[in-house]
Design a protein around this ligand. Structure first.
Ligand SMILES: [Fe+2]
Length: 263
């Protein structure tokens, strides 16, 4: 989302209208950018050109309100000074930070979340927020990975970066260009994959790559996890709508996602 709250609200509303459904709640996959004010920006890891207040401040001050509850995890561009002090809970009206590690029930669905990305320097533990070096706050720790991996059962797993090994070799060509290009082997991380393999959720939803992708992850016990990589807000396929049908979560917006649209 990168602070584009108004565009996100518009895209969800348009997708819901197109699909002919009502939205019960929204799950967001990180890089939400919940900056309340300029000081929050100082605890975000980001190049200076992207260090912008964004639209969350409107929702925090009450000038704007999300039309449905939105639950978000953290990515690698967040005001972790604010989020780590909040720990988990309400960030604005109808807007909830799930925490560094989450295991919650939302309207009957078991949702597990892991904030941050894999960063070797953080795996052993992060320094307390408040010092210099915002890069040192964006990684999850080994403890958090293990907590998430044992937080099941999960219907939905929210991760920011993708798990390793999800891209079908047949789709490799489309990952050679665009945001975070670098070939299939460079996509995703082993920690996220470990969490997916341990939890074997119905769905895993991810952001970070700024591109839409759908596939299935097959587990050794024969079960399968459906994978959705979501594009950046403001581009097509940034939003996916799901419904619960006979105890399974099915994607309503399949037609939009099928193209695996490049950013
Ligand atoms: Fe990211």
């Amino acid at each position: 989302m990168h602070g584009h709250m108004h565009a996100m609200v518009g895209q969800v509303q348009a997708a819901a209208q197109k699909a002919g459904v009502e939205i019960d709640f929204v799950l967001q996959v990180g890089d939400f950018e919940a900056h309340r004010h300029e000081e929050d920006l100082e605890t975000m890891c980001s190049p200076a050109k992207y260090r912008k207040l964004g639209e969350f401040a409107h929702y925090h001050s009450g000038q704007a309100t999300f039309p449905w509850p939105i639950h978000f995890i953290g990515g690698n561009h967040e005001p972790y000074g604010f989020l780590d002090r909040l720990k988990a809970g309400q960030a604005a009206e109808n807007c909830f930070f799930l925490g560094r590690v989450a295991s919650v029930e939302i309207q009957g669905l078991r949702v597990v979340g892991l904030s941050g990305i894999e960063r070797a320097r953080c795996l052993g533990g992060r320094p307390p927020i408040g010092g210099k070096g915002t890069k040192n706050y964006v990684g999850f720790t080994e403890d958090e990975v293990l907590q998430a991996a044992s937080a099941g059962p999960a219907d939905v797993l929210l991760l920011h970066d993708w798990p390793a090994g999800v891209v079908d070799p047949l789709d490799a060509e489309q990952f050679r260009y665009g945001h975070r290009a670098g070939g299939v082997d460079s996509i995703g991380n082993a920690s996220a994959r470990l969490v997916v393999d341990e939890l074997r959720p119905n769905w895993v939803l991810c952001g970070h790559m700024h591109r839409s992708y759908r596939t299935e992850i097959r587990h050794r016990d024969g079960s399968r996890t459906s994978f959705a990589g979501l594009a950046k807000v403001g581009t097509p396929a940034a939003v996916a709508i799901f419904a619960v049908e006979e105890g399974r979560i099915v994607e309503v917006t399949k037609a939009q996602a099928a193209g695996n649209a490049l950013p």
